[in-house]
Design a protein around this ligand. Structure first.
Ligand code: GLU
Length: 527
């Protein structure tokens, strides 16, 4: 049975790379009907952070990465916290000593520092010089009797070449002579990462070790340990590094790296998970959809589709996932609302992710629009300037025209709708547009004729009607749509970008529409 694990060192926060490792390990286990284990690697007591364990557990629960065994979920192979397993590691370190696969090292920190400085001066990779490997049994006994503190080091067979198959990186090999005689047990009796990790992966019957590429150089040492113990090593999959946009290693300097930061910024959980899953993985060419729930991801995930090269952490992509998820959630709610109002409503999906609701009676349509506005309002209410609530009817209509923008960026709500309430004092240049062949004369004519047309229109309650009369006007004038609609839209909004002119006129209503056109005309006439 497949057994994977997430083995974090509790640091007090969850790095986005950590979440990805946890996610891939979880997905792989689920896909293969296996078990997913949470193991806490906290043997570095210097790095102890109060509350870090609880925090990690909370984050795993938040993400929905349910583990089958873990610190708070009993299993056959517990405890799942390394600091509670220290006696075990001592026993296994002794076994390595007995097998001559490890040795005691009595070197003082001073000697090690000198040795390192010397090696650095000679431009050599710093490595333990095996001084204590050559101590005689008598010398060792003497030092032990004197109570000199010691560490236990792994004895790397220098002539060996360690080879293994990595699920992502393919065939990998390391020459023994490049590997350091790693400390396995520290003088305080605590194991290092290497010993504890190997012992636990073996005892906990882990079949697949899925971890970040930064651990790849440790793997040959681990394989040698498995060999020394006479154990079968698990399979390995080293997932690519996370990179900044400039392809440097993902760092705090260029943006947030902890998952908590993104939660604080109101990114949806589903969007974060979806985004993280796609950092270095894609279900394949044939798959166009990228919006998946955790469950869907579990059914699609394979290690073969994990990329070899580094994955760029692009916030824009996270924004995109967040938008898509907001949209998906909104439309799920709207579908329910629509069918409650009218079971015969026609819901069309003309463009991927976009929905059109067709009611065959006006009353149902109006009820739906009211509820739709309320649903959109919920998405942005906390950011909405209270002053816009004074006119709820206008607000409701306005919200519907900027729905997609709110889904993308609810924090910006005020700048999306402000013009409906109050128009800025814009430059008259906004009314012209060289590309669209709208000079001041054209703008003036277009606005004058639009004014007359709209002043004549009694039924301002229909967006379709507004559209019809304006397009007729364009036809009559034998000009291009933009030559009339650009100056008109600018006059009504005072903005370079806004929703379309027909819906804006409809939301503003006749009086405001007429007044704004007059104001624009006076700008063109007076200056
Ligand atoms: N404790 C290591 C970490 O913090 C685990 C590495 C591994 O998965 O082997 O990432």
């Amino acid at each position: 049975m497949v057994r994977t694990r997430f083995a974090p060192s509790p640091t007090g926060y969850l790095h986005v790379g950590g979440l990805r490792t946890a996610l891939y390990s979880y997905l792989y286990a689920k896909k293969n009907n296996g078990k997913f284990i949470l193991r806490i690697e906290d043997t570095d007591q210097k790095r102890f952070v109060e509350g870090a364990l609880e925090h990690l557990i909370k984050m795993m629960k938040w993400a929905g990465l349910d583990y089958d065994e873990g610190p708070d979920k009993a299993g056959e192979f517990g405890p799942y916290i390394q600091s509670k397993r220290t006696e075990l590691y001592k026993k296994y370190a002794q076994e390595l000593l007995d097998k001559k696969a490890a040795y005691r090292c009595f070197c003082t920190q001073e000697r090690l520092d000198e040795m390192r400085a010397h090696q650095e001066k000679q431009k050599k990779t710093p490595m333990y010089d095996r001084h204590c490997l050559y101590l005689s049994d008598e010398e060792i006994q003497k030092k032990l009797d004197e109570g000199i503190p010691f560490v236990i080091r792994q004895k790397i067979p220098s002539s060996e070449v360690v080879k293994f198959d990595d699920h992502i990186r393919g065939k990998v090999s390391f020459a023994g002579k490049t590997l350091d005689d790693q400390v396995l047990l520290k003088s305080d009796g605590y194991p290092t990462y290497h010993l504890a990790n190997v012992v636990d992966d073996h005892l906990m019957e882990i079949t697949h070790v899925i971890r970040g590429e930064e651990w790849l150089p440790s793997t040959p040492k681990h394989i040698l340990l498995y060999k020394a113990f006479g154990w079968e090593p698990p399979q390995f999959a080293h997932i690519p590094l996370l990179l900044n946009k400039d392809r440097s290693k993902l760092s705090k300097r260029q943006g947030d790296v902890s998952v908590e930061d993104y939660i604080k910024k109101d990114y949806l959980k589903e969007a974060i998970i979806n985004f993280i899953a796609f950092l270095g993985w894609h279900p394949g060419e044939a798959e166009e959809n990228e919006i998946f729930t955790l469950e869907e991801l579990s059914s699609k995930f394979t290690l073969e589709k994990v990329h070899k090269s580094g994955a760029i952490f692009d916030i824009k992509k996270l924004d995109w996932f967040n938008w898509q998820w907001n949209r998906k959630n909104l439309h799920e709610k709207l579908k329910k609302i629509a069918t409650e109002i009218d079971p015969n409503v026609l819901i069309e999906n003309p463009k991927k992710g976009e929905f059109v609701y067709k009611f065959n009676n006006e009353k149902a349509k109006q009820t739906f629009l009211g509820k739709r506005a309320q649903t959109i309002l919920k998405l942005c209410e906390e950011y909405l300037d209270k002053k816009y609530k004074i006119n709820p009817e206008l607000l409701n209509k306005a919200l519907i025209t900027v729905e997609e923008k709110i889904l993308r960026n609810p924090r910006e709500i005020n700048s999306f709708i402000d013009f409906y309430f109050e128009i800025e004092n814009y430059e008259k240049a906004l009314l012209t547009n060289e590309k669209m062949k709208v000079d001041e004369e054209m703008a003036k004519t277009a606005l004058k004729k639009s004014l007359a047309t709209l002043a004549n229109l009694d039924n301002f309650n229909s967006e379709d009607k507004i559209k019809e009369v304006l397009l007729n006007l364009v036809k009559q004038m034998s000009v291009k749509n933009g030559q009339v609609l650009w100056p008109l839209r600018s006059a009504l909004t005072g903005k370079q970008f806004s929703p379309g002119v027909f819906e804006v006129a409809f939301v503003l209503g006749k009086e405001k529409t007429i007044n704004r056109i007059k104001k624009a005309l006076s700008k063109l006439e007076n200056q």
